[in-house]
Design a protein. Structure first.
Length: 559
């Protein structure tokens, strides 16, 4: 750890450890500022540990945490105030030092020239050109004017974002639409379960983003840093500002791999895998294909998660593969679920329980995975059963399939668009924001009480498009979302329990019972999942062809 001096009174650095404090004291530093939130990295010492070590050296310490990629104006003000109040010289640190350098740059705007600020940070090894415009604006994010403006701005180019762009275009061709997303590749995520089961090849689930953005829609290849809805502005990393007349928010959710201690260091090794990542799903199949005995753990975190059936889909396909190879009798399958039920819609549970029995799987409810030690092949669960004191249990494993905890993206959680839990706050029928009339949301990031699945986004996209265009034309909302979601539960190779349901667990089957009875395992449902749904996704949903997804008319009671 080598501090990088920006001025005679301030240096910044990557993460420090308690053992660094005596040397920092010897170098003359009298105060420490921590700009890294606790828990951001699995191996990161907490601020209390750093603070105690600093006090032991007679140094002061202050905690000013800033979310990566989201340095707010107030954060810069707080940093500047801390520099005035703390004895110098001061060392500020975060994961890499960039956030600390950014905070200093913005705090000095208005008192130092832009060239001086850029030169000082450049000499320390930090390029602040990305926030130069903000520095020139006295350290403030300039949202009164934008670098670009569009009739409709869509944040996120996943299933929901591209589908809603196409559906809006199909209704009103003359709109200037922009999609904001930094990714180069678009993934068909429902296919990853099949990759992990040895049915699909991973490359079948990926296409270049540029090939999927609808013709005539502008693609802004950047990450979003913040929303300023009072100014109809989206702020990008680097402080570029995109203005909008109407905004659609659908960036998906965040897989919080770091929320489980030790997990990130061992993913893809030591028998630790997950179908929730493109690069790991093939490892799932490798483990299943080669395993002949031992214990296999399958975990499910607290809700909400995307595709709530995916953790047990991995278990069923694995159990089926072991059954077919004749090794199932030597494999101990354990399903560890943070919740208290196998599946949230009771009509489908009996069929699933028969497969749990077939694979001789043990169901462990109220077991939430909190730590993984890959080399030792042990997993720690926090058990919080009703009417019982919380406890921790340790299980060994030969293979573990992990479903990570999931939250809204950081830039959404801290924004004015979020509810208390961090999800975009919408009316569950119209999907319009409850506080900002020119904002809609769909997909995994919003707070309607529906299952977070691609099938749900397929039905939501026409609803948002219909109501957004109605608003442009001065009409009241005309379409409603009924909470539809679909979860094709792959209970064995060749058979699926096709769960389709809406708000409140109401069953919403798409097909006659004679063709597909969703409460029973079906070969027809497997054919739908394997052969029909991928082309429907690529060639219909993402192109605005609303097959079996025409929006319902908004009832008078919902208006």
């Amino acid at each position: 750890m080598e501090p990088r001096k920006i001025t005679n009174t301030l240096a910044v650095s990557p993460q420090i450890r308690a053992s660094d404090l005596p040397e920092l004291k010897q170098q003359g530093y009298r105060a420490i500022i921590c700009n890294r939130p606790d828990g951001e990295g699995a191996d990161q010492p907490g601020f209390e540990e750093i603070e105690a070590a600093a006090h032991a050296q007679g140094m002061e310490a202050r905690y000013l945490p800033v979310t990566s990629g989201l340095v707010r104006d107030a954060d810069a003000d707080g940093f500047g105030q801390a520099l005035q109040e703390l004895p110098g010289p001061v060392l500020a640190y975060c994961r890499s030092g960039t956030r600390s350098a950014t905070l200093w740059s913005l705090s000095q705007a208005g008192t130092r020239s832009v060239p001086d600020i850029l030169a000082a940070t450049q000499a320390a090894g930090y390029d602040m050109n990305g926030v130069a415009r903000r520095i020139a604006n006295a350290g403030r994010t300039p949202t009164d004017t934008g670098d670009a403006g569009y009739d409709v701005v869509i944040v996120g180019a996943g299933a929901a974002g591209i589908a809603v762009a196409s559906s809006i275009q199909a209704r009103k061709r003359d709109l200037e639409i922009a999609i904001i997303d930094p990714a180069d590749i678009h993934y068909y995520q429902p296919g990853w379960t099949m990759v992990g089961g040895g049915i699909f090849e991973p490359q079948e689930t990926a296409k270049t983003m540029g090939s999927l953005i609808p013709r005539g829609v502008h693609w802004i290849k950047a990450a979003v840093a913040a929303f300023e809805p009072q100014d109809n502005a989206v702020i990008l990393d680097g402080c570029r500002v995109v203005k909008y007349e109407r905004l659609v928010v659908c960036p998906g959710l965040k897989l919080d791999w770091g929320g489980i201690e030790g997990l990130e260091e061992t993913l893809g090794r030591n028998g630790v895998t997950s179908n929730y990542r493109y690069d790991l799903a093939p490892y799932t199949w490798e483990l299943v294909r080669t395993m002949t005995e031992g214990r296999a753990l399958f975990t499910q975190p607290p809700m909400p998660i995307k595709c709530a059936g995916a953790p047990q889909k991995a278990m069923y396909l694995s159990g089926d593969a072991w059954h077919r190879r004749g090794v199932l009798k030597d494999i101990d399958i354990q399903f560890c679920n943070a919740g208290g039920v196998l599946f949230g819609v009771k009509d489908y549970v009996p069929a699933l329980e028969r497969y749990v029995e077939k694979y001789d799987a043990t169901l462990n409810f109220f077991h939430n995975l909190v730590a993984v030690d890959g080399p030792a092949k042990t997993a720690v669960f926090e058990v919080k059963a009703p009417d019982s004191a919380p406890r921790r249990v340790e299980m060994d494993f030969d293979m573990i399939h992990v479903c990570p905890p999931q939250t809204a993206p950081d830039f959404v959680r801290v924004s004015p668009l979020a509810d208390a839990a961090g999800w975009v706050d919408v009316d569950q029928a119209t999907l319009r924001h409850k506080s900002f009339d020119n904002i809609w949301s769909l997909g995994d990031v919003m707070n309607a009480p529906n299952a977070k699945t691609a099938a749900a986004a397929r039905v939501q996209a026409p609803v948002v498009a219909e109501n957004l265009v109605a608003d442009i034309e001065g009409r009241a909302p005309s379409a409603q979302y009924n909470g539809y979601g679909s979860c094709p539960l792959t209970v064995e190779r060749g058979k699926i329990v096709l769960a389709e349901f809406g708000y409140g667990g109401t069953m919403l089957p798409s097909f006659p019972k004679a063709f597909i009875d969703g409460t029973k395992p079906s070969r027809a449902a497997w054919w739908l999942k394997e052969r029909m749904l991928p082309p429907i996704y690529w060639k219909a949903m993402l192109r605005g062809r609303e097959w079996m997804a025409k929006p319902e008319r908004l009832s008078a009671a919902a208006r």
